[in-house]
Write a protein that binds this ligand. Structure first.
Ligand SMILES: C[S@@+](CC[C@H](N)C(=O)[O-])C[C@H]1O[C@@H](n2cnc3c(N)ncnc32)[C@H](O)[C@@H]1O
Length: 223
């Protein structure tokens, strides 16, 4: 990953009455983790609403498949007490870069923020994190997009919720109709609904501008 060749996307996030601007570096040539996706924007803007804020304020938050880290960085600004941004090992340099590039903005929050490798379904990676942190909230945006990762992502969600039965998962996804995407999404939702409590965030509770008919946010809990 060439961090010399990035292009910046600015993202405004509300902290109480103040708007702070994150500068998110995206990589010109890379895979899907290198840019900010629309489902991320919908989720991060929801975190700053009265409905979304309660899930992250003063909470220990982990983001799975964080990519640029934009959602977790926003959770930090909104008021999380601790944020762990996770992804595959080759994406970690971009996450660390975005933490570093936003140090001044993040200083407003005093939260602890770090990047860490977490490969879905890899019990060593998951246990390493759970040994050190009691997770209250799991953030996931646009991670339901390929067959091979699906079961591992579901397993990771379940392991984290078992480690703290009062934790909450907020997951945003775009409803795509190409290839097997509809089938994949239905498989994901059915698997979660079989084991866990799944509630759809009402459209009216999302940010008035950053919401879209083709992007959902679900709240997943153990009970
Ligand atoms: C479509 S991108 C979404 C990135 C970011 N969440 C966003 O919405 O802007 C999917 C992310 O999932 C990560 N990912 C894919 N498979 C993974 C796995 N097995 N373990 C951990 N992360 C994975 C990718 O590296 C990528 O960052």
């Amino acid at each position: 990953m060439d961090l010399q060749k990035t292009f910046v996307r600015t993202v405004d996030v509300a902290r109480n009455e103040t708007e702070l601007t994150l500068s998110i570096h995206q990589v010109e040539h890379g895979d899907v983790g290198c840019v900010v996706w629309d489902a991320a924007l919908v989720l991060l803007k929801y975190l700053a609403t009265p409905s979304g804020r309660k899930y992250v304020q003063n909470k220990c938050v982990i983001e799975l498949g964080a990519g640029t880290g934009v959602v977790g960085l926003s959770a930090d600004i909104v008021g999380a007490s601790k944020v762990i941004l996770t992804d595959l090992p080759h994406i970690l340099p971009l996450i660390d870069h975005n933490i570093k590039e936003n140090t001044n903005i993040l200083a407003h929050s005093k939260a602890e923020i770090s990047g860490s490798t977490l490969r879905w379904g890899n019990t060593t990676d998951i246990k390493n994190i759970l040994r050190k942190h009691l997770i209250d909230c799991v953030l996931i945006s646009d991670c339901v997009y390929y067959e091979d990762g699906l079961d591992n992502l579901i397993e990771t969600i379940i392991i984290i919720l078992n480690s703290n039965p009062s934790a909450t998962v907020l997951c945003s996804y775009e409803k795509r109709d190409t290839g097997n995407k509809i089938e994949l999404l239905n498989k994901f939702l059915t698997a979660l609904q079989d084991e866990l409590n799944v509630v759809f965030v009402p459209f009216s509770e999302m940010d008035e501008i950053y919401r879209s008919d083709d992007i959902n946010i679900i709240v997943v809990t153990k009970s």
